[in-house]
Design a binder for this molecule. Structure first.
Ligand code: MN
Length: 281
């Protein structure tokens, strides 16, 4: 069912309970960036009612979607989180919307995203570890049931170089690197936190970062002051001579987390009507 046009939204996806806190901080950061359109959090059946209620405080709509299995035998990669990542393809089913800006729940928005809506039907930023591939943590897309059905039918056949949705989507949108430039977003729209270790890159981007992405196995919500974390930080600094300026990406996440907690403590749902019809779970 297609709704009135144009209709835009910023969307995320939460498939495991440990990402709920990430989704909350992200949703709060989108609100704080004064995104003028709707916001949608997709959740799988594994996300409980209390978590959905909390997500609905910062996301306009919380919509349950069925999980899509990973055909890449993700277990072999040793990453449990890869089990559910193909569920991201459900974005193409959201045909209520003309265009979506999707952001991973392990990211935060630090700048305005409106410019993204000028982009064509698929756009993404480079992956810094494989710059001729895009990172699927931030994508601009146009929902289409035809595209969704096509993706589902080719899910088992198209290769995924990393065993996740990212590899699959890179196979599916294989012209991203060599094709027209409007499909390639500037890195500022998907800055990996590890860039903070490389001062020239970080300095160049600092102040202009639109989306900061905490990709990698250790998420900021796992804790900022564990002994292990501090020893690791110290070792990295010793071995590589790389040190991070303050605020570090972790500082930035925890600052937003603090603001989110203040926001959730208030009784009023700022920016949302008292009788919000947006509970779809
Ligand atoms: Mn991510």
């Amino acid at each position: 069912m297609s709704a009135q046009y144009p209709r835009f939204a910023c969307a995320t996806l939460i498939t495991t309970p440990d990402y709920v806190i990430g989704g909350l901080v992200l949703g709060f950061s989108v609100k704080r960036s004064r995104w003028p359109h709707e916001t949608v959090a997709l959740v799988t059946p594994d996300i409980g009612r209390a978590d959905r209620e909390r997500l609905a405080r910062v996301w306009d709509r919380v919509i349950e979607v069925g999980q899509i299995g990973n055909p890449s035998r993700a277990a072999e990669w040793g990453l449990a989180s890869f089990r559910t990542v193909y569920t991201k393809l459900r974005l193409w089913e959201l045909t209520d919307y003309t265009k979506l800006v999707f952001i991973d729940a392990d990211a935060v928005v630090l700048g305005g995203l409106d410019d993204l809506l000028e982009r064509p039907r698929f756009a993404a930023a480079p992956c810094v570890t494989a710059p001729d591939q895009f990172n699927s943590g931030v994508i601009v897309l146009e929902p289409s049931l035809e595209t969704f059905a096509d993706m589902m039918s080719r899910r088992g056949e198209l290769p995924s170089y990393d065993g996740s949705d990212q590899g699959f989507l890179n196979s599916y949108f294989r012209d991203w690197y060599a094709g027209p430039p409007e499909h390639r977003l500037p890195l500022a729209y998907n800055v990996p936190r590890l860039l903070a270790y490389y001062r020239p890159a970080w300095t160049r981007l600092n102040g202009q970062i639109k989306v900061l992405h905490y990709f990698g196995p250790r998420k900021p919500w796992a804790g900022r002051s564990s002994l292990r974390g501090r020893v690791l930080q110290w070792l990295i600094a010793r071995i590589t001579s790389l040190t991070m300026d303050r605020p570090t990406p972790a500082d930035i996440w925890w600052e937003l987390h603090g603001e989110l907690e203040d926001f959730l403590r208030t009784d009023e749902q700022v920016g949302a009507p008292a009788s919000s019809p947006a509970r779809e779970f």
